[in-house]
Design a protein around this ligand. Structure first.
Ligand code: HEC
Ligand code: HEC
Length: 384
């Protein structure tokens, strides 16, 4: 190993003593982010509706971690600060040329490509958070944007959310390639340095001016902005979702059509479905469900005025495509069959459920027509 040049080291450090490069803030941020992104990615790529809550909590954690990191980029110690790893494009190109020609230049903090990677990762994560919030608002009418986001916007943005997620996976892979390259070619113990915070103070390019960390100031800003963000999120989230029915069920409907099975929310059926059901009540799926003509007319009006065409919820959209062979059943639609195909027939036939159309046995919010992923639970005993 060559002898370090005097001027490349902070004066108070001797050549052999390690230097604190990554402060506690950077290290905690790094490993917590790894954990949160892993949880979000696993539940996002492979999760089912019942792991959505983990996906959402991971997303919230990522938002707070990024808030901290941005503040820390201006208030952390020397190598945490953004200005120490913003490099001109020409410097990045030079770095690429160095790598190609096998010349290794050592950096204590982020090297020009590593620094660019930090900004790329933060940028893509922010885009993932924003698009994720739009998807949440539009597709299942939850979260702070539910009150202004349409279902179709949610579906469109979901594709973009996924593209950014794949882009993130690509960036993480590149980041790992960089770490492996530095570890092998540069003989740097980068992973260890991200744990202990220290790197050997060996020859490196000139150090940036040293800066003291301001943890109290940083935490105060994160606390204030974080609380304000949480308050805004909660208050926007409590507004009624765009196109979500909120009125209670018509009492006559509830009584007459809730006698044998739970009363399906009117937003679940199209005008065509409800008219079809109401036209043949004497032959209602093998039962006689006839009603006095005045009641029948009243319910036809109620159902068609509140049919799926009037609402923008997920259920109103997904059940709207009827199965031409069995057009009056929700349980015959392609969406329904696809969502429930791995539930054994015996579960539906069990005492706790009864039949496929007993949505409320497993969806505790079925009455409201919301069918939120967080409210699904196959009743105990149905699996026996
Ligand atoms: C006399 C009992 C009875 C009454 C009253 C009744 N239903 Fe039904 N309903 C049934 C039965 C039985 C089925 C079929 C169950 C099965 O598939 O095994 C059914 C199925 C349905 C389905 C299809 C569910 C699916 O996707 O499989 C709809 C929609 C429906 N009923 C609507 C209504 C409406 C609207 C009313 C009020 C006008 C009503 N029902 C009143 C007995 C009744
Ligand atoms: C025996 C229990 C059970 C019954 C009955 C049932 N479901 Fe489900 N449903 C589930 C489960 C479990 C899932 C989650 C499937 C998965 O993991 O992908 C689900 C998923 C769904 C989803 C998608 C949720 C999401 O966020 O992706 C919708 C919508 C849905 N069901 C609607 C219905 C409707 C409408 C009915 C009645 C006509 C019904 N279900 C009856 C258990 C049931």
């Amino acid at each position: 190993m060559s002898v370090p040049s005097e001027k490349s080291l902070p004066s108070e450090k001797s050549a052999s003593s390690p230097i604190r490069v990554w402060d506690l803030g950077v290290r905690l941020f790094h490993w917590s982010l790894l954990l949160a992104v892993t949880a979000a990615a696993l539940t996002g790529f492979f999760g089912s509706p019942d792991s959505l809550w983990i996906h959402l909590i991971a997303g919230i954690a990522i938002a707070y971690l990024l808030l901290f990191r941005v503040v820390w980029g201006f208030s952390g110690s020397t190598f945490a600060r953004f200005r120490t790893f913003i490099f001109a494009p020409s410097v990045m190109v030079a770095r690429v040329k160095d790598i190609i020609s096998g010349r290794h230049v050592r950096y204590l903090g982020h090297n020009p490509l590593g620094g660019a990677m930090v900004f790329a990762l933060i940028g893509v994560l922010i885009l993932i958070l924003i698009t994720g919030t739009v998807v949440l608002g539009g597709s299942i009418k939850q979260g702070p944007l539910a009150f202004i986001t349409t279902y179709s916007a949610g579906g469109l943005v979901k594709e973009i959310h996924q593209i950014f997620a794949f882009l993130l996976v690509g960036l993480i892979a590149l980041h790992l390639v960089g770490v492996i390259y530095e570890s092998i070619i540069g003989k740097e113990k980068l992973v260890q340095a991200m744990v202990t915070g220290d790197k050997p103070a060996l020859p490196a390019v000139a150090l940036p001016p040293l800066a003291r960390a301001r943890p109290v100031l940083a935490l105060a800003i994160v606390g204030i902005v974080g609380l304000a963000g949480a308050y805004a999120t909660v208050s926007f989230s409590s507004r009624p979702g765009l196109g979500v029915p909120v009125a209670a069920l018509d009492p006559t409907y509830q009584k007459e059509c809730g006698a044998c099975h739970f009363a399906y929310h009117p937003s679940m059926g199209t005008k065509v479905l409800w008219s079809g059901i109401m036209a043949h009540l004497d032959q209602h799926f093998g039962e006689d469900a006839s009603l006095p003509e005045a009641t029948r007319t009243q319910l036809v009006a109620y159902l068609t005025e509140n049919s799926s065409e009037h609402w923008d919820t997920r259920i109103a959209h997904v059940l709207a495509k009827a199965n031409p062979d069995d057009p009056l059943r929700f349980t015959a639609t392609r969406f329904w069959t696809r969502m429930h195909h791995d539930i054994p027939e015996s579960v539906f036939k069990s005492k706790a459920v009864g039949f496929k159309g007993a949505c409320n046995a497993c969806h505790s919010d079925a009455k409201t027509g919301l069918f939120a992923p967080q409210n699904i639970e196959i009743p105990e005993g149905a699996r026996l």
